[in-house]
Design a binder for this molecule. Structure first.
Ligand code: ADP
Length: 460
């Protein structure tokens, strides 16, 4: 179609040229010829015809061009319809192109609006998830300015509210963190760990580079994990340390016996006694370690029953009488009958035994130990007082930790393992009670433990 139009355009232009050529010839003749007047009239006619033809050609060209433009417009409309789907396709045939375009664009605007709204929804959902996440997230741009930060990050890294847009280096002054970002931009994620300044919080962070030069930082508080790891490795070191001495003594004594002392029964006796003592110590240590591991694994089954605290105290006193007598220590108690509490009798006995046993162990010969009970806020509080050396305030916070001793040498001498108070604390808490220490004035210690009080059982 375009070809036909350009062909006719050429022929029209050729006609115009011919007419103009004709006019030129006529003019020329007229100038040469005599009949000047007739010539002038002819020229006028020829020029008029030429002008008319030219006008026609121009008009025809304009119409053609407008048709071409309108075809182009229709193509735009069609393409808009195609991209907007069949919903709008049916309409524009019978409408003018402009109306079609206007319609298409208004529908396009509608579609855009929907798309923008769903994008905004998506963004809000993303922000909500980010905000609720436990790990701290901070994103920075290629100039290390903060672009995104979530709640956990604000708490963990101590960031103020208006921190977005500020350089990260100003917001978090931790060199390790910035080194981490430097390493991460070298095209691979990098991890690192640091302590938050002014706190004891241990933070582990992962920095992942983004294609636009920014970095996303995901950080977590690992203080508790590190603390537990330390406890575990300390525990293993402590157990090995505890076992080393008795094992060394057993080996040395056995060697001495084998070297000939065995043949002299009288000389052999102290070595065999030492063997027995140290083997016994190892047995106690292993039994306590098993108790602890069972308690920590939640496999220490407690059977709660209503027990008279008076009976509990009497049983424990009976168990320590020999040791107390040996050191000439008086153990007295003011625990009336009929003070009932909910407890696992075996566990409660072990707690109280550990407290009374310690009181006897650490109190000087001839001292006094007193056991009492009172009721406070629905709990039975059993107290064990002694007039021994007491515990220096600097150690008080740690005496319930495993293997913690104020004087390790002295404790070992007394056959202690450093586990007694930690087992007592575990058991007391497993029964819903508490355990604690108070200094006794003018000297000595008060260890106390609470049990839930219970009404007297109906039939004894
Ligand atoms: P141990 O086996 O060493 O006695 P415990 O866990 O029972 O371990 O006690 C921890 C530490 O607390 C002891 O080593 C001792 O230093 C201190 N302690 C416990 N009870 C008393 C007490 N009644 N008087 C003084 N110190 C005590």
């Amino acid at each position: 179609m375009r070809r036909t139009r350009s062909k006719s355009l050429y022929s029209a232009l050729a006609i115009v040229a011919a007419v103009e050529l004709l006019a030129a010839i006529v003019i020329d003749r007229a100038q040469v010829g005599a009949a000047a007047e007739t010539g002038r009239g002819t020229i006028r006619v020829v020029l008029l015809v030429a002008a008319a033809v030219q006008l026609a050609v121009v008009a025809w060209t304009i119409v053609g061009a407008s048709r071409a433009a309108s075809a182009a417009m229709r193509a735009v409309v069609l393409s808009a319809q195609r991209s907007l789907g069949p919903r709008v396709a049916a309409r524009s045939n019978d409408e003018s192109e402009i109306a079609g375009i206007a319609g298409s664009f208004s529908r396009l605007a509608g579609e855009l609006d929907t798309a923008l709204r769903s994008l905004a929804e998506e963004r809000n959902r993303f922000a909500a998830v980010l905000e609720a996440m436990a790990p701290a997230v901070v994103a920075v741009d290629d100039e290390r300015r903060i672009t995104t930060v979530n709640r956990s990050a604000r708490i963990l890294l101590g960031l103020a509210d208006g921190v977005v847009g500020r350089p990260l280096i100003e917001a978090v002054r931790v060199p390790t963190l910035h080194e981490l970002l430097d390493r991460a931009t070298a095209r691979a994620p990098a991890t690192g760990e640091f302590t938050m300044p002014g706190t004891h919080r241990q933070v582990q962070a992962l920095a992942t580079p983004e294609p636009n030069g920014g970095v996303v930082l995901v950080a977590e508080d690992v203080t508790e994990i590190r603390r537990l790891e330390r406890i575990r490795s300390d525990f293993v070191a402590n157990v090995s340390h505890e076992l080393r001495t008795p094992i060394a003594v057993i080996r040395a004594n056995a060697e001495t016996l084998l070297d000939g002392v065995l043949e002299e029964p009288e000389a052999a006796r102290p070595f065999v006694e030492a063997l027995y003592r140290h083997a016994d110590r190892i047995a106690r240590l292993v039994a306590e370690l098993l108790d602890i591991s069972r308690m920590e694994a939640g496999r220490y089954e407690l059977e709660l029953e209503t027990v008279d605290v008076h009976d509990l105290v009497e049983d424990v006193v009976a168990a320590v009488t020999e040791d107390a007598d040996h050191k000439d220590i008086t153990v007295d108690r003011t625990v009336p009958e009929g003070v009932w509490a909910r407890m696992d009798a075996k566990a409660a006995e072990q707690i109280l035994f550990n407290l009374v046993d310690n009181a006897i162990k650490y109190t000087q010969a001839g001292g006094r130990v007193h056991i009492g009970v009172n009721t406070e806020n629905g709990a039975r509080r059993v107290e064990v007082r002694d007039d021994g050396p007491g515990i220096d305030p600097q150690h008080v916070a740690r005496i319930f930790e495993r293997f913690y001793r104020v004087d390790a040498g002295r404790s070992r001498e007394m056959g202690g393992t450093g586990l007694g108070l930690s087992i007592a604390k575990h058991l007391a808490e497993a029964m819903g009670g508490h355990i604690g220490y108070e200094a006794r004035l003018p000297r000595g210690s008060v260890f106390w433990v609470t049990f839930a009080s219970a009404p007297a059982p109906r039939d004894g």
